[in-house]
Design a binder for this molecule. Structure first.
Ligand SMILES: [Cu+2]
Length: 351
């Protein structure tokens, strides 16, 4: 399917979603919950998080049937993967990229807590700690983590070949090994039920190049939001990636779900990666908080610099259990208002 027809489909579905009445969120704490790095959690904390993810993957979808052909949306987990697929062309390489993904992962965190009795916060993956040795990262631990790589599967060399990829097959260990219907959607923007295993295609080379402290600090040192955001996302080329692409292609390579722009949230590591991107943004905001709580710019549609800019009033929609918000509603992660976000981080990056 071409980019243009995907975009038209997205416009139609966004209009439909906007006309749907969405329930108000349940009341919640007004004290920010504290997100911690995966390896600092205790083993019982790690297993309670993974159990909550499995629980969300087992609860039935609440997405209204937007189209009878969208048969792959079966579970609450699929609700969010589907939400991401539907909006892919308007949430990447745009000014509200970080704001949308902030709200998306915060919505997931609330689902784990409200629907699966998880009592912690969303953990993050500080990839700077693993950039020099990706495969030894505790996030890939077969017992206390998310499992590791898939066996090597050869691909035809070409523009989609992620440099240094080492896997591509189904994960062989961890919580989702040996299960053939972990993923129901994709590849790409396909919504038809398509049972698949979880695939990883680790590239230690790519992670080393884009997830190190040097790349992170270069990003943090940018002085305005437009450049900061551009540095995080990089450009859609393996030769000019940023920390965002570093995590996606370092884990997902060419064949893994994490490397698929549409269906990447199908790998639970997505939310640990995006929590750390969000932590990097919050670290950047905290360096000059008064100004950076209102600093937002960049295109409204994927790489489209001919139309308007994202602003504090740009709308954000994060799936069927989330109220529609604006960018302004999520600029302060600790705001804890009646809508918006209410969490913080145990530590931040500093220059
Ligand atoms: Cu995304």
């Amino acid at each position: 399917m071409g980019v243009n027809s995907v975009y038209k489909k997205w416009l139609a579905i966004t209009a439909l979603l906007a006309s749907t009445t969405i329930a108000k969120p349940t009341p919640r704490s007004t004290i920010p919950i504290i997100r911690k790095e995966w390896r600092t959690l205790t083993n019982p904390e790690k297993s309670s998080y993974i159990n909550a993810v499995k629980c969300i993957m087992s609860l039935p979808s609440i997405t209204p049937p937007l189209d009878p052909s969208h048969t792959g949306v079966l579970t609450r987990y699929d609700d969010l993967v589907y939400t991401h697929i539907l909006q892919t062309m308007s949430i990447h390489y745009v000014g509200h990229f970080l704001a949308w993904h902030r709200y998306f992962t915060a919505t997931y965190e609330q689902m784990l807590r409200n629907e699966c009795s998880y009592s912690g916060a969303q953990p993050y993956w500080d990839w700077t700690l693993d950039a020099a040795d990706l495969t030894s990262s505790p996030v890939f631990d077969p017992v206390t983590g998310f499992g590791g790589n898939g066996p090597f599967v050869a691909t035809v060399p070409g523009p989609f070949e992620v440099p240094g990829r080492t896997g591509g097959g189904c994960v062989v260990d961890g919580p989702w090994a040996g299960i053939n219907d972990v993923v129901h959607l994709g590849p790409g923007d396909s919504y038809t039920y398509n049972p698949q295993c979880l695939k990883r295609d680790l590239s230690p080379y790519f992670a080393g190049r884009y997830l190190g402290m040097n790349q992170t600090l270069l990003t943090l040192a940018e002085e305005d939001f437009g450049w900061f955001n551009t540095r995080v996302e990089g450009f859609p080329s393996f030769e000019a990636s940023g920390v965002h692409g570093g995590g996606h292609y370092g884990v997902g390579g060419t064949l893994g779900q994490m490397g698929d722009l549409f269906v990447s949230p199908a790998d639970p590591i997505f939310h640990l990666h995006h929590a750390n991107l969000d932590r990097l943004w919050w670290s950047w905001q905290k360096l000059d908080l008064a100004n950076r709580l209102v600093d937002i710019s960049g295109p409204l549609l994927l790489m489209d610099y001919s139309m308007g800019n994202s602003s504090l009033s740009t709308p954000l929609s994060a799936g069927p259990s989330a109220v529609n918000l604006t960018v302004g509603d999520v600029m302060d992660i600790e705001a804890c208002g009646t809508v918006g976000t209410c969490y913080t981080y145990d530590s931040l990056y500093t220059l």
